[in-house]
Design a protein around this ligand. Structure first.
Ligand SMILES: [Mn+2]
Length: 280
């Protein structure tokens, strides 16, 4: 195993600039050729929501990875910003990916962006402790992380939700995610949009002029178009750590305490699309 990865998994948190440079470079190598939408299994998958710099929650996920050793883990994005251990949390998730890339998927959330990280803490933290060029190296990880994952006839997962005007996975694949921000409207909506359990297609979203709220009509249409039955996403804070939408076909998951407002959860997909919530 790589020495730095092994050190992080054994609890090392105060990495040198060179060690972080090395880890970030390995993650860039891991996803350089990756499409926007990557394949995942259709059972024995555990989805992890926003971690937002909460190392205790990330360590709890690590223990679940040891317990559920045959499961695939999908991290749905938003690793840093807001919380107390942003650098350490980002480094731990990268190390979990690097130690077993075949059973971990690390997706991009809306906070994996230069603009957002500049507003919510990660930029200040990395430049205070290290340097601007190390932040830019993290930023090259942001832009290379895949945007969504999919299993034909069953599962779609991403950070925010379904984008307006899209009806095939190929259309998402054809977009360019390789930018430190989100100039592409479809990529932007996939990491920013929110569901609302009412019968409509798309409505404006208070978060941004460019974001949308998707209702049951848009959800049902998209799921039929891409031939999927269940969807997993993160991005929104719910006190119970999750919320069900659209006749339980969409599960929104949140995996940080958000300064003790949330009982953080992850969700396990078992056989025949059964789901089970697990507490962190
Ligand atoms: Mn988010």
């Amino acid at each position: 195993m790589d020495e730095t990865v092994s050190a992080v998994l054994n609890g090392k948190t105060n990495l040198s600039r060179d060690e972080i440079w090395h880890l970030s470079g390995l993650v860039q190598d891991q996803y350089r050729e990756s499409p926007n939408v990557v394949d995942i299994p259709d059972k024995n998958v555990i989805f992890v929501g926003d971690l937002h710099g909460e190392l205790d929650c990330a360590l709890s996920v690590k223990r679940y990875m040891e317990k559920y050793e045959k499961h695939h883990f999908v991290f749905l994005g938003d690793y840093a910003d807001r919380g107390p251990n942003q650098i350490e949390t980002f480094n731990l998730v990268m190390s979990l990916l690097l130690v077993s890339p075949s059973r971990v998927t690390m997706l991009r959330g809306n906070h994996e962006s230069d603009d957002v990280a500049a507003r919510y803490g990660f930029y200040n933290e990395v430049t205070r402790v290290y340097s601007f060029d190390l932040f830019k190296h993290y930023s090259r990880v942001f832009e290379i992380l895949p945007i969504a994952c999919y299993h034909e006839k069953s599962i779609f997962a991403c950070h925010g939700g379904i984008p307006e005007g899209i009806s095939t996975i190929e259309e998402i694949q054809s977009r360019n995610r390789r930018n430190p921000n989100f100039p592409d409207d479809v990529i932007f909506q996939i990491v920013w949009n929110d569901p609302q359990d009412n019968d409509f297609k798309f409505r404006p979203n208070m978060r941004s002029d460019r974001a949308r709220t998707y209702g049951a009509e848009a959800f049902n249409r998209f799921m039929k178009d891409i031939d999927a039955k269940k969807m997993f996403r993160a991005h929104e804070v719910f006190p119970e750590g999750y919320r069900l939408f659209f006749n339980d076909r969409l599960i929104s998951i949140f995996s940080a305490t958000y300064g003790p407002r949330v009982r953080p959860k992850i969700v396990r997909l078992g056989s025949e699309l059964s789901t089970e919530l697990l507490s962190l």
